[in-house]
Design a protein around this ligand. Structure first.
Ligand SMILES: Cc1ncc(COP(=O)(O)O)c(C=O)c1O
Length: 379
């Protein structure tokens, strides 16, 4: 199912059009080359066949599916009114910083991190501090001493990305509990971007929404989720926030329509079908991605000058190229026909991010090019 090489040229794909007409395998922006689950395609086709695409409210069945999903996967009891539908997670990050902090307040953001997380603070604009993520026992985790040192009397918001992009950490219940205690001690809100929550590659791994830890922490948290990465429907325009505290929810979503458009009706349709009937497809996708991750990990492990940790989640590998001795690793790989994300976008110029959410045959070609580039840097 995942091996079929699908031609995405001529579909206005952001990822594929970037290098259109060049012999470059685009493994950068975070979507995959997989067709969505059959149930999603069928549901969209049925919706299209109806032929009328007017303004559409979030379906009650989707709300029920989200509430049931949080209970089933995380033993997290949420109420339907906590859910705020959105067209995407990125706009929610910007809205959250704008609406939940005052101009005088200060934000804490992990570094490196998905660039919209810190840019949300940068463009608000709010004073913010990059708190380094550090490698401990082969995982990227918060430097908790640096976190404690970064907090000021003006700090109001902690940005969390769980699972982490890039680096793929699935934070444990203990790690999250410590963050929650820290947030309570300093009276901080938490915006938790959990868009990658379903892409857990370790069979024993478990995503824990930080808001699910306790009713106390839930009062401080805006959780952002979406089926878009999970089921490869990022173009369908649907995400949601889960916010228990009514004051926080009102502050976040007040006059929402003046800021962003409604989520897309196609997004609602796709999400509902994915949540209702996509579980087997998701299991199969995770098994496929696991093999891809292992192929990439093995390639990186046997090459000099490059390193990556064992990735617990996502299809985005974070590769340290500092041992190659080149100023711009992204340019090196591009010259060898690989379009990776430059680490500089995430705050780490000596890294590249490698999207392995593609067909095995294409990945194998990409890995040959990766090896050629590494050897060329060392020649
Ligand atoms: C951590 C994270 N948040 C948000 C997004 C994008 O969210 P959306 O497409 O819903 O705006 C991405 C996409 O790569 C991501 O990795």
């Amino acid at each position: 199912m995942f091996d079929a090489l699908i031609d995405r040229r001529e579909t206005d794909s952001v990822r594929w059009d970037k290098y259109a007409g060049r012999d470059v395998i685009p493994l950068w922006v975070a979507d995959t080359d997989f067709r969505a689950p059959p149930a999603v395609i069928d549901a969209l086709q049925a919706r299209v066949a109806h032929g009328v695409f007017g303004y559409t409210a979030p379906p009650a069945a989707l709300l029920e599916a989200i509430v049931a999903r949080m209970q089933r996967l995380y033993a997290w009891t949420i109420q339907p009114e906590w859910v705020v539908f959105l067209p995407g997670v990125v706009s929610a990050l910007y809205m959250a910083v704008q609406r939940l902090t005052t101009p005088a307040q200060h934000v804490l953001s992990p570094a490196p991190v998905y660039y919209h997380v810190f840019r949300a603070a940068q463009t608000a604009p709010r004073a913010y501090t990059d708190v380094p993520m550090v490698q401990v026992q082969g995982r990227w985790v918060w430097d908790e001493d640096a976190l404690a040192a970064a907090v000021t009397p003006d700090t109001r918001l902690l940005m969390l990305c769980n699972p982490h992009n890039p680096g793929g950490t699935v934070f444990t219940r203990e790690e999250l509990s410590r963050l929650a205690t820290f947030a309570a001690r300093h009276d901080l809100l938490i915006v938790s971007d959990e868009i990658h929550c379903d892409l857990i590659l370790e069979p024993s791994g478990m995503h824990v929404p930080i808001a699910s830890l306790s009713p106390e922490i839930s009062q401080r948290v805006v959780t952002l989720m979406s089926p878009s990465k999970t089921f490869n429907i990022a173009g369908s325009g649907m995400a949601y926030a889960i916010i228990e505290d009514p004051r926080l929810r009102t502050a976040f979503s007040f006059d929402l329509k003046k800021t962003v458009h409604d989520a897309s009706l196609f997004g609602y349709t796709a999400a509902l079908a994915a949540y209702q009937d996509g579980a087997d497809w998701l299991r199969a996708q995770l098994a496929y991605l696991r093999v891809n991750r292992d192929l990439l990990t093995a390639t990186v492990a046997r090459l000099p000058g490059v390193q990556m940790v064992h990735l617990e989640a996502t299809y985005l590998a974070w590769i340290d190229c500092s041992g190659l001795g080149v100023a711009d690793p992204q340019a090196l790989f591009l010259a060898h026909g690989l379009g990776l994300s430059p680490g500089v976008d995430f705050g780490a110029p000596q890294y590249v991010r490698f999207n392995f959410g593609t067909q095995r045959a294409r990945l194998e070609t990409a890995l040959q090019r990766f090896e050629r580039a590494v050897r060329a840097a060392q020649a």
